[in-house]
Design a binder for this molecule. Structure first.
Ligand code: ADP
Length: 447
């Protein structure tokens, strides 16, 4: 069956199946109508024959009364002659048999009625070849059959037309979608199909359009990502190349400043490549997580206070508020530390001298809330929805020296999501920002 249908086009498949189904239905209805008509006609004929037989019996009874057996014979012969039927008359132990008129078609039907006189039972009358069904009523049946045949031919033509239309109606949108899919496969991403037809076809067309739209957007993002990565790599690489050339040509003298600069750019490159690799591995579900249950206060106490010194050097106040009632948390401590560090590093980076950075960790319904609040430069509302995108920086020209590659927040978001959590930010330009993420106590419960 599959081999057969795989070679058929949907249009023809629907056409054939609908035609066969409709033809069968019409045929069955035709046969049923013919059978019913025949049955009804036969019933009608039988009743009519009985009525005739009773009428003859009535005449014979009167004849018996007025003229006895001779008159009965005469009436019987006349009647048989008039009707062209044969008859057998039994009366008073006498029998009269009259053969049907020559040439009268034979019918197997027999109609027998009793004969009564005033004194009681007289005998019986049998019509051996009554004016029956054949051939008198067959023209009626033939007319019905002709009408049925005409109706069947008309219905069949209509059925074929409807099947053809149905086949086209069902297959045309699929062919349209198939053409559009081939165009997408050839690389055209902006292909859209018209949305009309039945609700399923409309739904499919809408889904297809959404899919191509998402595909085009993803491709645009990928192009942009590659361009941004190239841009991010170009600056440190050109600085490194220029410096190395200058050192080689003797234009620049090797010294601590030169080494520090080269190391800084190299570190930037290494971090960029590491972050990109981490995100790529996480996207492919190949980033290994080392789950461990940690006592949060002990764990935070091991590294959070070191920021005091960094903040002090930057002329910033650094405050921490770790709640006392924190339960143990199942997490990958290294990834989680990286996630918080990215927030804190940004706050230190984007908060001018004299400002403050506050880190708080507290319980929230179902999980732990990590929050980093600063009194820094803040962020324009238009940037907020894009902040956690890869390589996104609020400085579109990527000219500001203080900025990184724009991967830190994307990495944090990814790590938090791997823990089943969510991230967010509130900010006002010139007033500061609050970055937060929430991790559920049990990652399995949140997913
Ligand atoms: P970057 O390495 O550039 O800091 P991030 O992904 O960490 O990349 O941050 C993306 C952008 O978000 C930054 O370039 C910066 O414009 C903005 N941003 C992040 N944190 C802050 C903050 N605390 N205050 C102001 N702007 C911030």
């Amino acid at each position: 069956m599959d081999a057969l249908t795989s070679r058929l086009r949907l249009r023809w498949l629907l056409f054939f199946t609908a035609s066969i189904a409709l033809t069968a239905a019409i045929g069955i209805i035709g046969i049923a109508v013919r059978q019913t008509a025949t049955d009804q006609l036969q019933r009608y004929v039988h009743l009519r024959e009985q009525r005739i037989a009773r009428q003859i019996a009535h005449d014979l009874r009167r004849a018996a009364h007025h003229g006895g057996w001779p008159l009965m014979q005469l009436v019987a012969r006349q009647t048989a002659h008039q009707l062209g039927t044969g008859l057998i008359l039994h009366a008073d132990r006498k029998v009269l048999r009259i053969a049907p008129a020559a040439g009268t078609p034979h019918t197997p039907s027999l109609v027998t009625v009793p004969l009564f006189s005033r004194q009681g039972p007289l005998g019986s009358l049998t019509l051996t070849n009554p004016p029956g069904f054949e051939p008198r009523l067959s023209p009626v049946l033939q007319a019905i059959e002709r009408a049925l045949l005409a109706a069947t031919i008309f219905a069949l033509a209509l059925a074929l037309g409807i099947s053809w239309w149905m086949g086209n109606f069902a297959s045309r949108p699929l062919e349209r979608l198939s053409r559009a899919s081939r165009a997408v496969a050839r690389g055209q991403r902006e292909v859209r199909v018209a949305v009309h037809g039945t609700s399923e076809v409309r739904q499919l067309s809408e889904d297809f359009n959404r899919m191509t739209h998402a595909l085009a957007a993803s491709e645009r993002r990928q192009h942009q990502l590659v361009a941004d990565v190239a841009h991010e790599l170009r600056t440190p690489l050109s600085v490194l190349a220029g410096y190395l050339e200058a050192l080689q040509d003797g234009v620049e003298v090797p010294g601590q400043d030169a080494y520090a600069l080269l190391r800084g750019h190299t570190r930037h490159l290494v971090r960029l490549v590491n972050d990109l690799e981490t995100l790529a591995l996480a996207d492919a579900d190949e980033l290994p997580l080392h789950w461990r249950t940690v006592e949060l206060s002990d764990w935070l106490g091991g590294w959070l206070p070191t920021y005091q010194v960094t903040a002090q050097q930057a002329g910033l106040a650094f405050r921490t508020a770790v709640a006392d009632d924190l339960p143990p948390l199942l997490c990958d401590p290294d990834r989680l530390e990286q996630a918080i560090r990215n927030f804190i590093d940004n706050s230190l980076k984007y908060t001018p001298n004299g400002g403050s950075v506050a880190v708080s960790i507290e319980r929230s319904p179902g999980g732990i809330l990590f929050r980093v609040q600063d009194t820094g430069i803040g962020i324009d509302p238009e940037h907020i929805p894009l902040l956690f995108d890869r390589l996104y920086r609020t400085d579109p020209a990527r000219a500001r020296d203080s900025g990184g590659a724009g991967l830190g927040l994307a990495v944090t978001k990814k790590f938090v999501e791997l823990h089943g959590g969510s991230v967010g930010v509130t900010s006002a330009p010139g007033q500061g920002s609050t970055f937060w993420f929430k991790i559920p106590l049990s990652p399995a419960a949140s997913s």
